[in-house]
Design a protein around this ligand. Structure first.
Ligand code: FES
Length: 121
C-alpha cells in the first residue's frame, strides 16, 4: 500500500510526462469562425485544413475553431501555434492557400510570409 505522499508524487511525475509530451512538437491551427469569417469563406478553409491534416496523417497537428479574431476585413483568418515559436496569423485565406500552408509551414517548417497579416497591412 502506498502512502498519500507517494501517490501524489507518482501523479505529479505522470502529469509532467504528459505535459512534456503534449507541448513538444504540437501544432495548433485555429480558424476564426465568427459570422464575418464564415461569410468570407472560413468554412471551406477549415474543411481543407482538416482534410489535408488527415490525408497526410499529421498526428501532432490539431485543427480547431474559434469565434471572432477581431479583424473582419481580413477574414478568413487562420492562426498557427507551434510550440516554441511565435504565433503566425494568416489572413484572407482560401482553400488553396490553406493547402499550401499545410505543406509549406506545417510539414516543411517555412512560414509563407506573403499570406501573413504583416504582409497585407
Ligand atoms: S466580427 Fe469579424 S472578426 Fe470579429
Amino acid at each position: 500500500m502506498k502512502s498519500l505522499d507517494e501517490l501524489a508524487k507518482i501523479r505529479k511525475e505522470a502529469k509532467n510526462k504528459i505535459d512534456i509530451r503534449d507541448s513538444k512538437g504540437k501544432v495548433r491551427i485555429v480558424v476564426g469562425m465568427a459570422t464575418c469569417g464564415i461569410s468570407a469563406g472560413a468554412r471551406p478553409v477549415l474543411l481543407t485544413l482538416i482534410n489535408e491534416v488527415n490525408k497526410r496523417g499529421l498526428k501532432d497537428v490539431v485543427v480547431s475553431q474559434t469565434g471572432c479574431i477581431g479583424v473582419c476585413r481580413l477574414e478568413p483568418i487562420v492562426e498557427v501555434y507551434k510550440s516554441g515559436e511565435n504565433k503566425v496569423t494568416y489572413v484572407e485565406m482560401t482553400p488553396e492557400k490553406a493547402k499550401k500552408i499545410i505543406l509549406e509551414h506545417i510539414v516543411n517548417g517555412n512560414v509563407i510570409d506573403e499570406y501573413t497579416i504583416g504582409a497585407v497591412q
